[in-house]
Design a protein around this ligand. Structure first.
Ligand code: ATP
Ligand code: MG
Length: 402
């Protein structure tokens, strides 16, 4: 027995009126986009939900795609029966049989959108419930907190019958809250920051700083693989690869003490902001988390962040490492992130990076670097931008490494 339809429930409880309408329209667009390879699927949008008619497309094939559409809170595989009591009872039984873990309690929930059906919801509840109970002698009815809710919806042409509920990705549809530039390293944190920003409705472009040939091509591939994982939620992601070697080397030659990391980060931020502006992104997103490393104290973050005027979004700022790792595992970026990788910032690491940088000192060091602005612009000019989608995701993440 195969599901013939899928019901998608659309989320964000707080949304009303026009915003709600726009939200739902954008979820529908994204669903259509991810299901484009399956052209026979038909869509119907009602208030708060979308129904898909699968027309032979295999439900299990599209589940992983649906799970990555933000704005869907949950979805259910749906079976259909003719509008006739006997047929509905029979299908209800089959649906109950299809549950892997037999429940102890259940209830039937009939919705009669088609008012012309001769029996009312109460009668149908009793008839169908009774039929199921006779077939499952150990099963009990619990109307308040049933383990399984067997839903029967009477439509114009058919009855929809279903009980399984899969959790969706939640959040806001991609792009519904604008676009942001994600600073994507090869670490654990920044991909998660990107994921959370996307879940909040931001379309993401990503910027990565590399110090080729000091850092390897493998570490660039790793970042592309991470971007490919994230692209599963949006369809594709634009990735800007910034050659940072020259800027980095020149800063290092001019200054090699405990504020070096702060200076390098400020340079990165300035470049990221230039790219954000030229690509119409309204914010920068980083994977910073308070207290994790020397550059993530309040004083450091202020010194680094003060060079940008765009909103600086730090989704992980108050999260524990374990929470971040849990998300990384659930979205499948963790294994990639822990592969060996050289970060451009670990290249010329000073012996003791400052945790309490002084703004006046920083500004005076930078005023001794009149060439800096031009060097940053030059890095922007030499930036290579590529589109990444899930097809570029290496099947075996280790293959590009060993
Ligand atoms: P991550 O795990 O994301 O690398 P982290 O805990 O290692 O984070 P840092 O290395 O201090 O922290 O970096 C802080 C943030 O700066 C990163 O989360 C990322 O947003 C940005 N960043 C660091 N290195 C790079 C890079 N090479 N390219 C782009 N962004 C970077
Ligand atoms: Mg890092």
């Amino acid at each position: 027995m195969k599901p013939e339809q899928v019901v998608l429930r659309l989320g964000e409880l707080t949304l009303k009126g026009r915003n709600r309408h726009r939200f739902e329209k954008m979820v529908l667009e994204q669903v259509r986009k991810v299901l484009r390879p399956y052209p026979v699927i038909k869509y119907t949008k009602e208030f708060g939900r979308i129904t898909l008619r699968l027309n032979g497309t295999d439900y299990e094939t599209i589940v992983p795609l649906l799970r990555k559409v933000f704005g869907i809170t949950s979805f259910s595989p749906v079976y259909t029966a003719e509008l006739e009591l006997g047929q509905m009872k029979q299908m209800a039984l089959q649906v109950m049989h299809s549950i892997e873990q037999p429940p102890v309690t259940f209830k039937v929930n009939v919705r009669r959108a088609n008012k012309s059906f001769p029996m009312d919801s109460q009668e149908l509840n009793r008839e169908i419930g009774g039929h199921v109970l006779r077939a499952f002698p150990a099963l009990k009815v619990d109307v308040k907190r049933p383990e399984v809710e067997l839903r029967v919806e009477l439509r114009e042409q058919e009855a929809l019958i279903y009980c399984a509920v899969e959790r969706g990705a939640g959040g806001f549809p991609i792009g519904s809250n604008g676009k942001a530039m994600l600073m994507l390293s090869g670490g654990i944190d920044s991909p998660i920051a990107g994921y959370l920003a996307m879940r909040q409705g931001l379309r993401i472009e990503a910027v990565h700083f590399h110090s080729y040939p000091f850092t390897s091509e493998r570490s660039q591939q790793k970042v592309k693989d991470l971007a490919a994982k994230l692209s599963g939620y949006s369809g594709s992601i634009r990735l800007h690869m910034v050659p940072f070697t020259d800027v980095q080397t020149r800063i290092h030659q001019a200054y090699n003490k405990n504020l070096l990391i702060t200076l390098l980060r400020r340079a990165m931020m300035r470049i990221a902001q230039k790219l954000a502006e030229s690509h119409e992104a309204g914010a920068l997103v980083t994977g910073e988390s308070l207290g994790q490393v020397a550059s993530q104290t309040l004083a450091s973050m202020n010194a680094i962040g003060s060079v940008v005027h765009l909103p600086l979004i730090r989704p992980l700022i108050c999260m524990e490492k374990q929470e971040i790792i849990d998300i990384a595992q659930s979205i499948d970026t963790f294994e990639l992130s822990i592969l060996p990788y050289e970060d451009c910032c670990t290249l010329f690491l000073p012996p003791s990076p400052s945790t309490n940088p002084n703004m006046k000192v920083i500004e005076s060091i930078e005023s001794g670097m009149p060439w800096l602005e031009e060097a940053l612009n030059d890095a922007v000019l030499r930036t290579e931008s590529v589109w990444i989608d899930t097809k570029q995701e290496a099947n075996d993440p280790f293959s590009s490494f060993f």
